[in-house]
Write a protein that binds this ligand. Structure first.
Ligand code: ADP
Length: 403
């Protein structure tokens, strides 16, 4: 159903008003018609009522069309305006359109067809303009919203950067503190170890069995404590990038045999079978032997620590001409799948209760992981709870000096 258009005709000439009304009726346009005979009346009517279209005579008794259009514009009254001009007023058309009119029409051309076309065109144009204006407003609003959000994000980012710097500084201080403390602890620890060794070696004849037993315990405990202090020191050095690889050529098989044999007594104490399988043709590598030994010791002593019965295998083989692999496999308690990543983080232990059965700092695997990375290698673990674990380290035959 065609909508009823609310039309206002502003013209002091009654005949002209009638002509417009008649033409609209003839054009078959359903209208609700209102009239004003001068600018003042037109303004008052437009302030109170909303119209779909206004026909405006250019020459009104109290004001010309151009200034009326500008005034309506200033008042924020938005309506499609068709200006009716007299003969010869066409030169005003450009000014009128610039001022905001939708169209203009010479009174002599008022006919049902022309009027119908003009009115529909003006309304369509006006609605399209309104929609564009609305979309523009929405765009401006969302732009403003985005700008504010961006500002908030920037502020948050700055805050995060500040907190990050503070955290880095706190972490640096912590590592420095750990390094200083562990370094300071090493000197008296070494003295205790050294003196208890002298007592055991040189004065064992003058000591009773009970005294020898006590000194032996002092010696063993001090060594455990020194290992722990060394772990903390290495970890804090790794954290502040102070630990560097000392690269040299050496025989990998020899190193693996030596390290494994050193730990055999520990395995024997727990009645564990410690097996070694070396399967390499060329045993020469370029790496840091001390660090590699450290890695192997960590892995084998963990395997012994977390295995109550069964076996531990240490295996070395060539993956290809440039890469080697070392694996340590045990038949121990195993690790829950969810914890497999977490055990490489510093201070992380699967069982972190104070009553845990196994001693340790939770730093061994974190240090191992960092050292393997420094060696341009990688460490992986496979484990099944209650069945055992395999830790595998892959390293290049020749570690490149970092630039
Ligand atoms: P620590 O041995 O001092 O506790 P690590 O960093 O060497 O610290 O190991 C972290 C944790 O990973 C251990 O506490 C243990 O829970 C788990 N883990 C390491 N090696 C094994 C293993 N061979 N079998 C079972 N669990 C292990």
């Amino acid at each position: 159903m065609e909508e009823t258009l609310r039309i206002l005709v502003v013209d002091d000439n009654e005949l002209d008003r009638i002509a417009v009304r008649r033409a609209l009726r003839k054009a078959g346009i359903k209208t609700k018609f209102s009239e004003a005979i001068n600018a003042k009346e037109a303004i008052a009517t437009l302030q109170n009522t909303t119209f779909d279209c206004v026909f405006l005579d250019y020459r009104l008794p109290d004001q010309d069309g151009l200034s009326l259009i500008r005034e309506l514009h200033l008042m924020g009254i938005q309506v499609p305006l068709i200006v009716l001009t007299g003969q010869g007023d066409e030169q005003l058309a450009v000014e009128i359109m610039k001022a905001g009119a939708s169209d203009y029409l010479a009174k002599s051309r008022v006919s049902p067809e022309v009027l119908s076309k003009t009115i529909h065109h003006a309304i369509r144009l006006h609605r399209a303009e309104r929609q564009v204006a609305l979309a523009n407003t929405e765009l401006r609003e969302s732009n403003e919203l985005l700008r504010r959000k961006n500002e908030e994000l920037n502020q948050q980012q700055q805050q995060i950067q500040r907190q990050n710097l503070e955290l880095q500084e706190a972490a640096r201080l912590k590592s420095q503190f750990l390094a200083t403390i562990s370094h300071e602890l090493r000197t008296p620890m070494n003295a205790i170890i050294g003196f208890s060794q002298i007592l055991l070696r040189q004065y064992s004849d003058s000591l009773s069995l009970q005294q020898i037993n006590i000194v032996q315990r002092i010696f063993n405990n001090s060594q455990n404590l020194l290992t722990l202090v060394n772990e903390v020191l290495d970890f804090s050095k790794l954290e502040v990038d102070q630990l560097k690889l000392n690269l040299q050529e050496f025989d990998l098989s020899e190193l693996v045999i030596l390290t494994t044999e050193e730990l055999r007594s520990l395995a024997l104490q727990k009645k564990l079978n410690l097996q070694l399988q070396i399967d390499i043709k060329n045993s020469l590598v370029v790496n840091d032997p001390k660090c590699l030994r450290r890695i192997l010791t960590n892995l084998i002593s963990n395997a012994i620590k977390f295995t109550d019965s069964g076996e531990i295998w240490v295996k070395v083989w060539e993956l290809n001409a440039d890469r080697l692999a070392i694996a340590v496999k045990d038949t121990g308690i195993g690790i829950v799948h969810n914890n497999l990543d977490m055990i490489f983080e510093a201070f992380r232990q699967v069982d972190q209760s104070t009553t845990r059965k196994h001693s340790g700092t939770g730093l061994g695997l974190a240090i191992t992981n960092s050292l393997v990375k420094m060696m341009q290698g990688k460490i992986t673990v496979e484990s099944n709870l209650g069945e055992g674990s395999i830790f595998q380290v892959e390293i290049p035959r020749q570690v490149e000096n970092e630039l």
